[in-house]
Design a protein around this ligand. Structure first.
Ligand SMILES: *[C@@H]1O[C@H](CO)[C@@H](O)[C@H](O)[C@H]1NC(C)=O
Ligand SMILES: *[C@@H]1O[C@H](CO)[C@@H](O)[C@H](O)[C@H]1NC(C)=O
Ligand SMILES: *[C@@H]1O[C@H](CO)[C@@H](O)[C@H](O)[C@H]1NC(C)=O
Ligand SMILES: *[C@@H]1O[C@H](CO)[C@@H](O)[C@H](O)[C@H]1NC(C)=O
Ligand SMILES: *[C@@H]1O[C@H](CO)[C@@H](O)[C@H](O)[C@H]1NC(C)=O
Ligand SMILES: *[C@@H]1O[C@H](CO)[C@@H](O)[C@H](O)[C@H]1NC(C)=O
Length: 572
């Protein structure tokens, strides 16, 4: 009922997030090359060690400083990228069945309804090499084959993270082992080959390249999965000898921080820290072959005269932490290191060497690709196109959604060699809000522990403002309690939103459009309204998306703000 009502009320604003218009659009449809690394961070400064990414992408493109993944683990993040839907709408919430992995992707019906298929329907040739999903393996690669590709050459499990013994599977061919060859170099050759195939076909194309670097190396030793540091190409093995994980304020801190299992972690000893520094250097070294591949791609785009009509997008599935909050190398949490990730776009009319603070997420990427290619947006997209020209970016700076919803189900595990425990109860909902006046992260764990961080004063998230005994009682001049009421109500809408309600969540609460931001919502006239909302509250912790575990799913029927001058539109 609620949803139907909300959907009806939102009809009037369809079009607000419509197509981007390009002044200098050439007659020829543009191409897209999308490079997606695995587990690449922003906050451990990995991009500082990629001079060729700097040269071709950062210096010649636009960097989205506030880009987020919404579920910080490979398969759910990739499913969101390729469908334009939040994980609670794909219900691909894990890397393996029953809650995730390639079999779950197929079971959910997405093999006939995702980006490659839609792009082919729009007349594009679609190419892919590298990792598609977890649990896409040497046994199930053909049951069924992933749909939507003109040509593909997938990296398959269980060898996806085996840097020196990978297995690739091209089109309808059987998997082929690349024992003894360096995986990113194999991948680069395949990417160059697909690019030439695309050029030869003389049709607009979408080429996606998904290296496994800088993910941890995983070997299957007779059934035992062994994690180790990433493996660089031998030519890069001795680089960065003195480099260490950045010692930010939350690096292996003296006092524990966070909540739930994170708060109970012991401080790491020197042996552990030293090894984690080694793990970090191996990540940077493993990224060098990716950096070279980026150079190889740009060389070819240029020599084939494609550079002026091709968008190149660079991102990662999720972020990464090493030692932050005493955690072992890994992802899967709501901390900024795990969710704030690289996004760089270069292409026709995209500003050079530009950085924007617009809030964007992986949920927006499919809509962005549609928009760049002038394909009408799908109604069921949970995200909105990311503007790419400077003019379009500036136009959205004052009106774009200022938040990202974050969600996770399952456990968190370290990927180094120390403390290999799987931390259960790592299921949570969060909301990251960024504006000029405030910069906040709010999270509700399935244990019903709450966290709120003021990210401007505390970027390391060391002081939970909702913890007993915390002195501070206001944020941006408003009582914390009132701000939390608003954030909680927004999170309540977001955690089960679909399509339009995800794109315009404040409209579910204020159908008259009077509230578009947290700033608007904190006004005193809404105190009673927000004070009476149902709270985000978990029934219990579960490793998958089972609504029964997740407490109230929507704000109460009828709890929509209809105060001060609200009029139902004529067509209701
Ligand atoms: C990019 O911009 C920064 C300052 O914003 C400047 O220092 C740098 O030289 C610029 N780089 C290029 C290649 O233009
Ligand atoms: C590489 O993988 C193949 C299976 O594809 C396996 O038979 C072989 O033993 C592996 N080699 C090494 C060095 O692990
Ligand atoms: C690991 O190898 C064993 C056989 O040694 C196999 O039964 C198992 O399926 C493999 N695990 C994965 C995740 O592929
Ligand atoms: C350091 O910590 C690791 C991980 O807990 C442990 O295995 C190791 O024994 C410790 N080393 C020393 C010297 O205490
Ligand atoms: C998970 O959280 C529940 C409370 O929701 C608690 O009873 C249980 O002990 C926790 N389990 C672990 C492994 O921490
Ligand atoms: C998500 O998938 C799991 C596993 O198949 C299933 O148990 C659950 O009911 C699904 N959730 C929703 C909301 O459909």
């Amino acid at each position: 009922m609620r949803l139907a009502l909300t959907a009806a009320l939102c009809i009037s604003i369809i079009g607000v997030t419509g197509q981007q218009k390009f002044l200098s659009q050439k007659a020829e449809p543009p191409n897209i090359v999308f490079i997606l690394t695995d587990d690449q961070d922003v906050h451990l400064s990995s991009l500082d060690y990629m001079p060729l990414v700097r040269k071709h992408l950062l210096d010649k493109g636009t960097y989205y400083d506030k880009h987020y993944c919404t579920t910080a683990v490979c398969c759910p993040a990739r499913a969101t990228l390729l469908t334009g839907k939040a994980a609670h709408n794909t219900n691909i919430t894990d890397v393996n069945p029953p809650y995730g992995g390639y079999p779950k992707f197929v079971k959910q019906g997405f093999n006939s309804a995702y980006l490659p298929v839609w792009l082919q329907e729009a007349g594009y040739n679609v190419y892919y090499t590298g990792k598609l999903f977890n649990a896409h393996n040497i046994n199930n690669y053909n049951s069924p084959y992933p749909a939507g590709f003109t040509s593909h050459d997938f990296l398959l499990d269980p060898f996806t993270y085996n840097y020196m013994n990978s297995s690739f599977q091209r089109n309808q061919d059987p998997p082929q082992s690349h024992e003894g060859e360096y995986v990113t170099d194999v991948l680069a050759q395949k990417a160059y080959g697909l690019l030439d195939e695309a050029v030869g076909a003389k049709k607009p194309f979408f080429l996606m390249i998904a290296p496994s670097a800088p993910h941890a190396d995983i070997q299957n030793n007779s059934g035992l999965l062994t994690f180790d540091a990433p493996v660089p190409a031998s030519r890069h093995a001795n680089l960065f000898k003195d480099v260490k994980v950045p010692r930010s304020t939350n690096f292996n801190p003296k006092q524990p921080s966070g909540a739930n299992w994170i708060r109970s972690l012991e401080r790491q000893n020197a042996t552990n820290v030293d090894w984690n520094d080694h793990f970090y250097r191996q990540r940077l070294r493993a990224l060098q072959a990716v950096d070279e591949m980026v150079d190889g791609l740009f060389t070819r785009l240029e020599s084939r005269d494609l550079l002026l009509n091709t968008y190149v997008i660079y991102s990662s599935d999720n972020g990464f932490h090493i030692g932050n909050h005493r955690m072992q190398p890994g992802k899967s949490t709501g901390c900024e290191e795990d969710i704030n990730i690289p996004l760089i776009i270069r292409g026709p009319s995209v500003a050079h060497n530009h950085t924007t603070q617009l809030v964007t997420s992986h949920t927006d990427i499919a809509a962005t690709i549609f928009s760049l290619l002038n394909i009408p947006l799908r109604e069921d997209f949970d995200g909105t196109p990311i503007p790419v020209t400077k003019t379009a970016i500036e136009a959205e700076e004052k009106k774009r959604r200022e938040h990202v919803q974050v969600e996770y189900w399952g456990f968190a595990g370290g990927e180094g060699i120390y403390d290999r425990r799987l931390h259960q109860n790592n299921t949570f909902k969060g909301i990251r809000v960024v504006a000029d006046e405030y910069n906040l992260y709010y999270q509700v764990w399935c244990t019903n522990e709450h966290e709120l961080y003021d990210m401007s004063n505390d970027p390391g998230q060391m002081a939970n403002l909702l913890e007993e005994g915390v002195k501070m009682d206001t944020v941006f001049g408003y009582p914390i309690e009132k701000v939390v009421q608003r954030l909680d109500a927004l999170l309540m809408v977001q955690k089960s939103c679909e399509g339009e309600t995800c794109r315009e969540p404040w409209r579910s609460l204020h159908p008259d459009g009077s509230v578009q931001s947290l700033r608007d919502a904190v006004a005193g006239k809404y105190d009673d309204f927000y004070g009476s909302q149902a709270k985000v509250q978990w029934g219990y912790c579960h490793n998958g998306y089972v609504p029964e575990a997740e407490g109230p799913m929507f704000q109460d029927e009828g709890l929509v703000f209809r105060g001060a001058g609200f009029m139902w539109p004529d067509w209701v």
